[in-house]
Write a protein that binds this ligand. Structure first.
Ligand code: AMP
Length: 113
């Protein structure tokens, strides 16, 4: 999609610190990390958010979750990780392209889920 930051990253038009890639999914390090490990997992094809997942595109969302599990093993996130997907303005979504934040490397406690 035109003028979508993460579509441009997926297309290689904007550089990223790549962690994982397959034919449907890309994962890269967040530019402003909020934990020692902060990785974004995106479908290469544009989906605006979790709120736009349908029967037609849910395979891509599932591919992202499969990638999350592979990345957790690859990055040795043995202490666990938090997975967040902000959806819409109240949740603080700033990039309207479906993405999952993998946060790890410190104890995040039991607040905010
Ligand atoms: P959200 O606020 O859930 O939409 O998350 C968007 C995330 O994208 C934020 O954590 C930003 O730090 C991150 N971000 C924005 N631009 C880039 C970029 N060029 N490369 C990597 N991460 C980015």
């Amino acid at each position: 999609m035109e003028n979508c930051l993460f579509c441009k990253i997926a297309a290689g038009e904007i550089p990223s610190s790549k962690v994982y890639e397959d034919d449907r999914v890309l994962a890269f390090r967040d530019i402003a990390p909020q934990a020692p490990v902060h990785i974004l997992v995106i479908p290469k094809r544009h989906i605006p958010s979790v709120g736009a997942v349908t029967e037609e595109n849910s395979g891509l969302a599932a591919a992202c979750l499969e990638a999350v599990a592979r990345i957790a093993a690859q990055e040795h996130l043995d202490g666990g990780f938090r997975l967040i997907s902000n959806c819409g303005p109240d949740a603080g979504q700033t990039v309207p392209h479906l993405h999952f934040h993998i946060l790890a490397g410190r104890n995040m406690g039991e607040t905010l889920v």
